[in-house]
Write a protein that binds this ligand. Structure first.
Ligand code: QAP
Ligand code: CO
Length: 203
């Protein structure tokens, strides 16, 4: 049999049995997917950043594709953390890499955080959704994290310092919260006005 299938903008002709069609089609879909993985990052004050993300039910191939896209998007943008919310996917998935060498990826699916001890840490924060702005935010320094990895296995971590700050920042995204929410209304408004102006100029 001769089959014609559409893969994105391509029309592909497959000659063979129906079983071959399925196999080749799956392969082509994966190839096509891998060719376009950088997603658009939403920017403050986009109201979609205020969405509460839903828990992931099953860590399957769909989630692993999402993780691939998120890492590619985060590394390309030179970020240290990216929540799915920021690419308009409202599921509880986070990718991070706080290492200097950019070679230590960390995946958090359905993350849960507990505060341990009561020391606070002041840290300069930025955000891929608030480009060009950095402000000091105070957060609990020591946390206990429980999350699922890319295989759906549960793991625990007790980070402090930058890693603890970044985890809390990304978890906030999944709950529709941004680091600018911790600033004064005046500072937040200034940032919003400047970004809105930039968005008008680039559209
Ligand atoms: C969250 O943020 C974070 O303005 C991750 O022009 C940041 O990856 C937690 C970025 C700092 C703790 C400390 C920001 C890239 C990246 C920008 C990011 C920019 C380019 C932000
Ligand atoms: Co952010």
């Amino acid at each position: 049999m001769v089959y014609t299938v559409n893969i994105g903008k391509f029309k592909v002709v497959i000659i063979g049995t129906a079983r071959m069609l399925t196999a080749v089609y799956t392969l082509l879909l994966e190839f096509h997917h891998k060719a376009m993985t950088i997603r658009t990052i939403l920017e403050f004050p986009d109201p979609r950043l205020r969405t509460q993300a839903a828990s992931v039910g099953k860590v399957d191939k769909r989630i692993r594709y999402l993780l691939d896209d998120m890492f590619e998007t985060m590394y390309e943008a030179k970020g240290i953390g990216l929540a799915a919310t920021q690419i308009d996917v409202h599921e509880r998935v986070v990718v991070m890499d706080v290492s200097e060498e950019r070679d230590t990826p960390l995946i958090l699916i359905n993350p849960e955080v507990e505060f341990i001890g009561d020391s606070q840490l002041e840290h300069d924060e930025g955000c891929l959704s608030v480009p060009g702005f950095y402000e000091t935010v105070s957060r609990p320094d020591c946390i206990r994290l429980r999350a699922l990895n890319e295989k759906g296995e549960s793991f625990e971590l007790e980070p402090d310092g930058l890693l603890a700050v970044c985890i809390q920042h990304e978890l906030d995204h999944l709950n529709g919260k941004l680091f600018v929410d911790y600033l004064s209304a005046l500072k937040r408004q200034r940032i919003r006005k400047k970004l809105e102006k930039l968005h008008r100029q680039s559209s």
